[in-house]
Design a protein around this ligand. Structure first.
Ligand code: NAD
Length: 334
């Protein structure tokens, strides 16, 4: 069976996802939701989408009565994910939502509840959860190849350009680099270590308060403690380029990835040498697997559901609180 997907928000990442979906065996782009009629026209021509599957932000609740669309993939600015997910769920369609799932845990919880209540699935666009090098390192860790895990380091950043973009607008972004790119080190710390963090400490620095206004973080360093005693040290920033590296170390060895979460090819190696998986387009594999999860009840080795997205939001709330208070903050993921 094929998952018939409508994309909401026809921006740069949506363009990448739509192209990748052309190669998906199990997911197909069949619908569009956009506020820009000219984009709808262009995309309709490129992807052969009928008029009856095209909507705007005012009328998309009517997707409820469209039997030819199974799921809506929300690829809009972060702060819109919550209200849009609630509307898609109310229309009875499955939701795939980009990261961060929302801009705080309260919103995330409401999204999980709304989708449960509506009987639709809620998945988050965590494409790394299906990436072969990542999954192999997790398999090696579970096999004991690195011994007892002791330390993780995650470095996530890029140098952001145009100061007028939504990513630097607190209202639409919900924060700064942490919401956008730091979340990869949060999520990565959890799946690389294989435990949930129980506390966090965090420090913020801002070198450009004009570009990075109140509530928009430029650079945050943060440290997690895990129940077994593993510690992690991570960096989230909008100020340096080519910052994309994971390092996991245990009593017997290490795994390192650089780039670790970019679009690829992902490069990974351990103390025994390089991993040599052929590059796959992350979004193609993601859509193949998400179709299986939504339509056939398959499960993912690293979950991609709303609960997983919510955990990262609870942790982001805790990081911001640790920055504000200068104190060690307990993380409660229940
Ligand atoms: P973008 O600016 O290129 O696209 C955003 C789209 O939303 C645009 O088409 C814009 O017109 C539309 N939009 C609708 N309502 C809007 C409003 N009120 N204000 C501004 N724009 C509005 O951004 P993007 O890079 O495509 O990011 C979109 C989402 O995808 C973000 O949540 C981002 O975190 C996520 N993303 C995920 C990945 C990934 O690898 N998983 C990569 C890039 C972006």
């Amino acid at each position: 069976s094929t998952l018939r997907v409508a994309i909401m928000g026809l921006g740069s990442y949506a363009t990448r996802v739509a192209k990748a979906m052309l190669d998906s065996k199990n997911a197909k782009l069949v619908g569009l939701i956009s506020g820009t009629p000219s984009k709808i026209k262009d995309w309709q021509a490129t992807y052969n989408i009928p008029d009856k599957n095209c909507y705007n932000y005012e009328n998309f609740d009517a997707i409820k009565d469209n039997p030819d669309i199974d799921a809506v993939y929300i690829i809009t600015p972060n702060a819109l994910h919550h209200p849009q997910t609630l509307r898609v769920a109310a229309a009875g369609k499955h939701v795939i939502c980009e990261k961060p799932m929302a801009i705080n845990a309260k919103e995330g919880r409401e999204m999980v509840e709304a989708c449960n209540k509506a009987g639709v699935k809620l998945l988050v666009g965590y494409r790394m959860h299906f990436e072969p090098n990542t999954l192999e390192i997790i398999r090696l860790r579970e096999d004991g190849a690195f011994g007892e895990i002791k330390f993780f380091q995650g470095l996530s950043g890029f140098r952001i350009g145009d100061p007028t973009q939504w990513r630097l607008n607190k209202e639409l972004a919900g924060g700064g680099a942490m919401m956008d790119i730091g979340i990869y080190s949060i999520n990565g710390a959890r799946y690389m270590v294989g435990e949930e963090p129980e506390w966090v400490t965090a420090q913020e620095t801002k070198t450009d308060p004009v570009k990075f206004k109140e509530g928009v973080d430029e650079t945050i360093t943060f440290q997690f403690g895990f129940p077994s005693g593993v510690i992690s040290s991570c960096l989230s920033t909008y100020s340096t380029s080519h910052l994309d590296k994971f390092f996991l170390n245990g009593t017997k060895g290490f795994a390192e990835m650089q780039p670790s979460t970019g679009y690829g090819p992902i490069k990974a190696w351990t103390n025994k040498g390089p991993l040599n998986f052929p590059h796959v387009t992350h979004q193609t594999v993601q859509m193949d697997r998400m179709a299986g999860i939504i339509l056939d009840g398959e499960t993912a080795k690293i979950p991609v559901d709303g609960r997983e997205g919510l955990k990262d939001l609870i942790i982001i709330d805790a990081i911001y609180k640790a920055v504000d208070t200068g104190k060690k903050v307990k993380i409660d993921l229940t």
